[in-house]
Design a protein around this ligand. Sequence first.
Ligand SMILES: *Cc1c(COP(=O)(O)O)cnc(C)c1O
Length: 457
Amino acid sequence: MSKKEIPYKIYLTENELPKEWYNVRADMRTDHRPLLNPVTHKPVTLSELEPVFCTELAKQELNDTDAFIEIPKEVRDFYKMYRPSPLVRAYCLEKYLDTPAEIYYKFEGNNTSGSHKLNSAIAQAYYAKEQGLKGVTTETGAGQWGTALSMACGYFGLDLTVYMVRCSYEQKPQRRTLMQVYGAKVIPSPSDTTEVGRKMLAEFPDSSGSLGTAISEAVEVAVKGNGTRYVLGSVLNQVVLHQSVIGLESKTAMEKYDVYPDMVIGCAGGGSNLGGLMAPFMRDKLQGKESPYFIAVEPMSCPSLTRGKFAYDYCDTGKVTPLAKMYTLGSSFMPAPTHAGGLRYHGMSPILSQLYHDGYLDEARAVSQVDVFKAAVEFARVEGILPAPESSHAIKVAMDEARKCKETGEKKVILFGLTGTGYFDLISYERYLKGELKDAVPTDEALAKGENALPEV
Ligand SMILES: *Cc1c(COP(=O)(O)O)cnc(C)c1O
């Protein structure tokens, strides 16, 4: 317990911004399962990744030896426009829950794109620009990644084509406009602009789309294009690396008040925000210095950690990306169109997957959409911030844990990631308030189908 009085918000100064990202893979005592070529099933080489990814990012993807990697000055300068982000002591939530627990959240929603995704978007756009590329392509689910990348590409003057999962494209037209303001071209996926998309439409004309399909489309266009590469907003090692700024800042801020988390909680879509938040604390755990308890929270509708299999799988539906060893529901799994689009992905970051498999990431918990919105509304009423539905998965579990502390009297220090704001999710909030939201939990049959379609490696 700390002795100094802790303010509502712990801000860092510009000088305290991290100068290096932390690469947790360097400290993991495990045999890193390499990415495999989707055709030969041999470990991918840098030269095989280069047609798809920017060279510097491909190097980061394969790097499992350097614990710290310098953040380029241009990226740090951009970070200064919206970082350091505040670490909030949730006094009002603690009071509302009447808990002896100390609750902290790292708020990543204070930039126009509204989420943590900008942390990696600006880095990826920078490396593309440095390499002299003309533009990049990507996919977006709920739209947060597409918006973040639009801002980053707008800043560096790069062309950007975004394949947006159709159900989000229809649910969130304002997201599309926001991306267009920053200069991006936005196409609903599946589309007739790619081979993968046309195939999908022929088979499922009413498909509401998935991140996996949108990824295939974006990769296809990047590889066929001239001077274009593909960039991805989560899952990959390079993205977890960039997101480590979240954890590094959190740790520095907590250290100022001699606080250390007993518990670190994050929502997990592709796993990059939680991977980033927990990174420096995981380092302590890997080095045997501290033993914080880590919880990944996922939606019941897309339960890759809690009900998936740890296996090699494609990162996309079209099977054009390398195979990654990860917890997966199978690349053919189509999650229901829930209101947390950013968590609708069939797989999980290979880093998080390995840490979970090895027992360092202690627990994965799947929660119901209705419970998540209930927690989101309670949180909004006491802490003021309107949380994104994705972030609210972490809120829900943090609140559950704080309530447990009330029963046991434990003064646990709980840190969770508040990844973004929910202004573009008001239709979802409206449906929740009207009592129209339901949970779409996949049947064992549906999961078995996905699992059976896993590639044999
Ligand atoms: C994309 C997104 C997530 C999911 O993040 P991952 O890093 O893929 O786990 C969570 N919250 C918000 C607000 C998002 O936009």
